[in-house]
Structures are given as C-alpha cells and as structure tokens.
Design a protein. Structure first.
Length: 128
C-alpha cells in the first residue's frame, strides 16, 4: 500500500514523538521512499508501450524472415556450385579410372601374347 505525502508526514511525527525520536523517524522515512506520481504508469501508458512493442516485434519478425530467406538463397546457390564441382571431380576420376583400366587390359593382353609366343616357340622347338 502506497502512502500519501500527508500520511508520510503523520507517520514521521508519530515516530518522532515515540521512543525512537527524531533519528528513528529519519530512518523510517528513508526506508519508505516518497512516490512521484508522475513516475507511475497508467493503463494508457501500458497500452501504448504494448502497441509499440508489438510493432517492433513485427518489424523484427519481418527482418528475420527476410534474412532467413537470403540465407536460404545463398545456401542453395552454394550447394548448386558444390554439386557442379563434385560432378566435375567425379567425371575426372572416372576418366582416370577408365584410362588405368584400359592400360592394365592392354598390358595383360601384351603379356598373354608374349606367353603364347613363348609357348608356340617352345612347342615348335620341341616338335622339330
């Protein structure tokens, strides 16, 4: 319960006349601060603040949605670029692998022909 100024003065006089005296009355008055009625918020003040806060929250929400949209766009474009890089790298690896396989197949065929040639030469030598 808030005290009016007249109630504060009345309390001060009562405490001052009691066994606490002037020093005790000063302590009590310091413990009970005065109220500046202009500092109290009215319902209209609160309603105005509420509408201002809601407006600011709406603006922040819009900004946040815009920034999230921009981030999504950036992420999509980066993912598209990475996908292209990945596909190019995969094609390069595939080409190197195909060349290696062809090289090994040709080497194996060369060895097979050399082995057949040695066998034919050995067989011709044995049969003659």
């Amino acid at each position: 319960m808030a005290l009016t100024e007249s109630q504060r003065i009345e309390l001060y006089e009562f405490v001052k006349q009691s066994s606490l005296g002037k020093a005790g009355a000063d302590i009590v008055m310091n413990a009970i601060p005065t109220i500046d009625w202009n500092d109290l918020a009215t319902r209209d003040d609160l309603a105005l603040l509420r509408s201002e806060l809601r407006g600011e929250m709406g603006e922040l929400r819009s900004e946040l949605r815009g920034e999230i949209g921009e981030l999504r766009s950036e992420l999509r474009s980066e993912m598209t670029g990475l996908r292209g890089d990945f596909q190019l790298e995969m094609m390069q690896l595939e080409n190197r692998l195909q060349r290696s396989i062809v090289t090994w197949i040709l080497a194996a065929q060369g060895l097979t022909l050399a082995a057949i040639s040695v066998l034919v030469t050995t067989l011709a030598f044995v049969l003659s």
